[in-house]
Design a binder for this molecule. Structure first.
Ligand SMILES: Cc1ncc(COP(=O)(O)O)c(C=O)c1O
Length: 490
């Protein structure tokens, strides 16, 4: 037997000790060795184990140690004991059945088919690097005010707030968000329509779960936000790319009949990443057509809070009564990305009808953060922070525009009416992915425009350049470096 399970570590020394704690490791060792031998098939099903007396002598341990080990193995089902002795149970481990062992975790075939649809579009880089799109000014976030809001929520809501919360989110936050959206974004809603989610991404996933069945068709903007495509992949939807021009998403008239969608993802305030603002004519047309064909429009109000030119453009959701719009928002840019709080505003009737399902699907957590955020909004801190960030981003955008004009003219620059990034179009001789990679090697993190494309096209060649977390002083030298890298070529 010792050849099969191997000798135990220092059994003589351990046996000499009298106390129960000191002999326990020997039992544990013996149990583990026997288990391993059974699972690996070295002790096949049905084989008779030596008597406790014989094994004790062979292993140099007390008989009691073996008896206890056998009893434990019998209790968990590795062996069965009867009058004739102790035998190995028939187990379903492949090795115990004498089958070759494969590592299923390493095999592609063990993943769900949808996992294969995800492709890495961008190199994973530190998203606090200069020029990273989508990162707000982290060092300008009002930490003292946030700390006060957190302390207040702890003082007032503990210990109750350590328990599960309402699955759709803290009522105080839902009300605060609804009041803010009515005033700032023209959204027609009450707190009861707001579902709090783990960022906009989870809100998109929720839209898929609530409104689609596998195989349904979803339209996405192309180039567009990869998070939407990811959510549609997870729902096993058939995703159809729709082109984008200077007025936003373009829907070929025949598409409604040829590929009727269940969901249509749009970012009307500031198309991501081209920066186009969806025209009112197209908004109204989308709403009318979606209504006719029973589709839902997802309005990702990305960047809507940071409008830099002209009058604020209200949300598509609020444009007409009862628009078939699922309004998605996030605090990742208006507060900070790690907060992971977003939301979806459901139409009133849907919110009522989906209540039971939502309560089963979701769990209420992050209650203290939600309560702190509710207070942050209600106390006016959030509005003041947004105002300060709007002014800051305007200055930074101007600095970026000046630097791009100085170093890349006559290349065209897209976007800028809202948000925290500009998109620089590149001539075909400069491949955007290669330029982005070389920039990253220099500590700069603009993103290749082609990485946002679902269908590769020659004109989708450029750089998406963030200015949210890059100061005006950093921008000029960073763009100079970028132009030098571009001129150097490969
Ligand atoms: C277009 C768009 N929508 C939404 C988000 C926010 O996503 P989340 O709230 O999951 O951080 C991002 C983040 O970069 C985005 O680019």
């Amino acid at each position: 037997m010792i050849e099969i399970i191997g000798p135990l570590a220092n059994p003589a020394a351990a046996n000499r000790a009298r106390s129960a704690e000191k002999t326990a490791p020997l039992q544990k060792q013996l149990i583990e060795r026997l288990q391993q031998a059974i699972l690996a098939g070295r002790l096949p099903a049905g084989s008779l184990l030596p008597s406790s007396r014989l094994l004790a002598t062979e292993m140099g341990v007390s008989r009691n140690t073996v008896v206890i080990a056998y009893e434990h193995l019998a209790a968990v089902g590795y062996v069965v004991a009867d009058k004739k002795g102790t035998r190995v149970s028939p187990l379903s481990s492949p090795a115990a059945r004498g089958e070759p062992s494969a590592n299923p975790a390493a095999s592609e075939a063990t993943y769900a088919a949808r996992v294969g649809q995800f492709a890495a579009a961008h190199t994973q880089a530190d998203n606090s690097l200069p020029l990273t799109p989508g990162t707000p000014a982290l060092d300008r976030f009002p930490l003292p005010a946030w700390r006060r809001a957190q302390e207040r929520s702890m003082e007032r809501a503990l210990p109750q707030a350590l328990g599960y919360g309402t699955p759709v989110g803290e009522p105080a936050l839902r009300d605060a968000i609804a009041a803010h959206l009515r005033m700032a974004r023209g959204v027609r809603c009450e707190g009861s329509q707001v579902v709090i989610t783990e960022g906009a991404q989870e809100a998109l996933n929720l839209c898929v779960r609530l409104f689609t069945n596998p195989g349904d068709v979803a339209w996405v903007e192309d180039p567009g936000y990869r998070g939407a495509k990811a959510a549609f992949n997870l729902g096993d939807l058939t995703t159809l790319p729709m082109p984008v021009d200077a007025e936003g998403i373009v829907v070929p008239p025949k598409a409604w009949a040829a590929h009727p969608p269940k969901l249509i993802y749009t970012s009307p305030a500031h198309q991501y990443p081209t920066g186009a603002v969806l025209s009112v004519a197209r908004r109204l047309d989308l709403i009318a057509q979606a209504r006719r064909s029973g589709a839902w429009l997802i309005e990702d109000d990305y960047d809507g809070e940071f409008r830099h030119t002209g009058e604020p453009i209200a949300s598509m959701q609020g444009l007409v009564d009862d628009a078939p719009v699922l309004y998605v928002g996030s605090f990742s840019k208006t507060m900070f990305p790690a907060l992971r709080i977003g939301f979806v505003v459901l139409p009133r009737a849907i919110a009522e009808r989906a209540a039971v399902a939502l309560h089963e699907m979701l769990r209420g957590g992050h209650r203290l953060e939600q309560l702190a955020l509710a207070h942050f909004i209600e106390s006016g801190e959030f509005g003041r922070h947004l105002g300060r960030m709007r002014r800051l981003y305007r200055e930074r955008q101007q600095a970026l525009r000046d630097a791009l004009t100085a170093h890349f003219a006559p290349a065209s620059i897209l976007g800028g009416e809202c948000g925290m990034h500009l998109t620089l179009c590149l001539p075909p001789r400069i491949a955007d992915r290669s330029l982005a990679e070389r920039a990253l090697a220099q500590g700069l993190n603009p993103r290749a425009l082609s990485g946002f494309a679902l269908r590769p096209r020659a004109q989708t060649n450029g750089l998406v350049i963030g200015y949210g977390n890059t100061s005006a002083e950093q921008l000029a030298p960073a763009i100079r470096t970028l132009s030098l890298i571009a001129r150097r070529g490969r």
